[in-house]
Design a protein around this ligand. Structure first.
Ligand code: ADP
Ligand code: MG
Length: 261
């Protein structure tokens, strides 16, 4: 794990948190068969917040964020996204998925499609956006992640960092109001981590609501307004970054931080 920081000034003043609730999770529990993977999760995320989730491997971080766009189903408690409850109601699931973008450790680009086609596929087929408009939007976001010149290449021709930026651009093409990141830099070589974190910082500066599972503690200090520590399926501790890193409360948090910092 590394402590990559960006060299440029991070504009935290631009990262305004509104009073409006974006995500509200109440007494949420999830099991895989008999295995109780998430226990009594309570979490409210306001619009514009940047939450970093950390914790040991197997603590339930991925499962938690996958529950937020229903890649996993919870069995007890409630999850509200922009006021819509995630239940088995397919209409709600569609609505929430259209508002929540997700970016994974392994970029999950379609290898047989060009970068541009990766970015236009869902807008054209799911949103029924006209092809030309979808391509204009895709180029807009490829410029934003600083790789418009790669539009006609295939994922295999790009570096890992470039592929991850394409994955972020592809999510943005669906105009999400919330972005979930699951260890977006942990499969990358160190020199490519920074370019992906810089892209995420820019999103944060534009007011995107973000939940990021990451062990990039430099990023957490610079960007997060709250850090959440999970262990054994529970939220053990949460605090603003300074207090979280300088004065961790629980022994489990202290142990974790002593191992990664
Ligand atoms: P983290 O992201 O913090 O490493 P995960 O959310 O991936 O943790 O996993 C939490 C626990 O749930 C782990 O013990 C993992 O083995 C288990 N788990 C994850 N996905 C499944 C699944 N689909 N079926 C059964 N167990 C799972
Ligand atoms: Mg994980």
């Amino acid at each position: 794990m590394s402590d990559t920081t960006t060299e440029r000034e991070v504009n935290r003043d631009a990262m305004k948190v509104s009073d409006e609730v974006a995500i509200s999770i109440t007494d949420m529990n999830k099991w895989f068969g008999t295995f109780h993977v998430l226990r009594d999760i309570n979490l409210t995320v306001n619009r514009g917040e940047r939450i970093v989730v950390c914790g040991p491997s197997g603590s339930g971080k991925s499962t938690l964020i996958r529950c937020i766009n229903r890649l996993e189903e919870h069995q007890a408690g409630t999850i509200l996204v922009d006021g819509t409850e995630l239940s088995s109601d397919l209409k709600n699931i569609d609505k929430i998925r259209s508002e929540v973008g997700m970016c994974f450790q392994h970029f999950n680009l379609f290898p047989h499609l060009t970068i541009l086609e990766n970015c236009t596929l869902a807008p054209i087929w799911v949103r029924k956006t006209p092809k030309k408009e979808a391509e204009e939007t895709a180029m807009h976001f490829l410029r934003k992640v600083k790789i418009p010149e790669q539009a006609d290449k295939y994922p295999g021709q790009l570096s890992g960092g470039q592929q991850q930026r394409v994955a972020i651009a592809r999510s943005l093409c669906m105009r999400p109001r919330i972005m979930l990141f699951d260890e977006p830099t942990s499969a990358l070589d160190p020199e490519m981590i920074k370019e992906v974190l810089d892209t995420m910082i820019e999103l944060a500066e534009e007011g995107m609501t973000m939940i990021c599972v990451t062990h990039e503690m430099g990023f957490a200090r610079q960007v997060a307004n709250r850090v959440i520590f999970m262990d054994a399926g529970q939220i053990v501790e949460e605090n603003e970054p300074e207090a979280f890193f300088n004065n961790p409360q629980s022994e489990r948090t202290q142990l974790f931080l002593s191992q990664i910092l």
